[in-house]
Design a protein around this ligand. Structure first.
Ligand code: ATP
Ligand code: MG
Length: 324
């Protein structure tokens, strides 16, 4: 039996989980700061790190109580993310690793998102292609073997989640934008306005989402439009671009499985489109594990541990930690 404590504090969610034998979630505690940052329209780094400090001990206690039994290793997000927030989780993890005499396994946040798919109903096997869509990332990653990644396409400007957040602000919808736009889009016409699909023509695997955001701004400046129609048309264009690029990446790489992960993987339309439009099976995390959480970090850390990739108490945080 192998039990990993996973700690995630890279942005505005404090996540602590206990994972047994790679897939069994014994506890998964998440304290979201969404309501705290909502009045500012985005995450305030200083407030985020203070809040992680305030709640990490209690969350960990709750997770340990729920899981029961001893912990064999501690996996903790080392980067990328907000330095102050990362430091809270990493130092807390170090203290526990030292006190309990167990290994500390530093994890890359995006690797955590990739491993969230291993906790879903249809876990992948290597090799596969991963589409990572979140607040800070939009990329296609060839995952050849555990912990061997090749980024074959990423965004030149805004991430798709960031674009949802910015467009929501233009529409006066609450932060975070992804869920608000999805809700508003339910009663709208996705074909009411033809928005651009950034860099969709040609055979590049790069993404661009700043043009889409600007197109929404110009459409709103030109005339008064129903919010539901703008939300639905925007969501349709944003998702369509992801589907087009993913199809192209599958064609180019010959991948025979896709992993979808990251906060935007919670989007219903994206999940449906990828499940229906691709010729390869798609592994996705359950809705609850799309947003930042400790379980995905424990899953990635457990695999690192299995492959002998252990850190030590000198580990530091890296705001821009590269994946590949
Ligand atoms: N249903 C949804 N549809 C579209 N986007 C969504 C949905 N739910 C959440 N999102 C978006 O997901 C993003 C948050 O995802 P996540 O928490 O993984 O990002 P992050 O951790 O801040 O960034 P990163 O993972 O790149 O470091 C936000 O931009 C949010 O708007
Ligand atoms: Mg994330």
């Amino acid at each position: 039996m192998n039990r990993i404590l996973g700690i995630e504090t890279s942005c505005d969610e404090t996540g602590v989980a206990v994972l047994q034998n790679g897939r069994e979630i014994l506890a998964n505690e998440v304290a979201s700061q969404v309501a705290i940052h909502a009045p500012f329209g985005g995450v305030v780094p200083e407030i985020a790190s203070r809040h992680h400090t305030e709640c990490i001990t209690q969350l960990t206690q709750r997770a340990l109580d729920a899981a029961g039994g001893a912990i064999d290793a501690i996996a903790v997000t080392q980067g990328p993310g907000l330095s102050g927030s990362l430091m809270v989780g990493l130092n807390f993890g170090k203290a526990l690793a030292y006190a309990w005499g167990v290994p500390l396994v530093p994890v890359h946040h995006i690797e955590g998102h990739i491993f969230s798919a291993f906790l879903g109903p249809d876990p992948p096997e290597f090799p596969f292609l991963a589409l990572i869509v979140s607040g800070g990332h939009t990329c296609l990653i060839q995952c050849e073997a555990p912990h061997r990644y090749d980024i074959i396409g990423s965004t030149r400007d805004d991430a798709v989640g960031e674009c949802f957040d910015k467009v929501a602000r233009l529409l006066n919808l609450p932060y975070p934008g992804g869920p608000s736009i999805q809700r508003a889009a339910e009663s709208g016409d996705p074909h009411a306005i033809e928005f651009p699909r950034g860099m969709a023509k040609g055979d590049s695997l790069e993404f661009s989402y700043s043009g889409l955001k600007t197109a929404v701004l110009y459409a709103l400046q030109k005339e008064t439009l129903p919010v539901a129609d703008v939300a639905a048309s925007f969501q349709h264009a944003a998702v369509d671009t992801l589907v087009i690029k993913t199809k192209l990446a599958i064609e180019k790489t010959g991948a025979n499985r896709l992993v979808l992960a990251g906060g935007v993987a919670a989007n219903k339309l994206l999940r449906e489109r990828l499940a229906n439009d691709l010729d390869v099976p798609v592994s996705m995390p359950p809705f609850a594990l799309c947003l930042d959480n400790g379980a995905m970090i424990a899953a990635a850390g457990g695999s690192r541990l299995q492959h002998g990739m252990v850190g030590d108490l000198r580990a530091g945080v890296y705001a821009n930690l590269p994946l590949a």
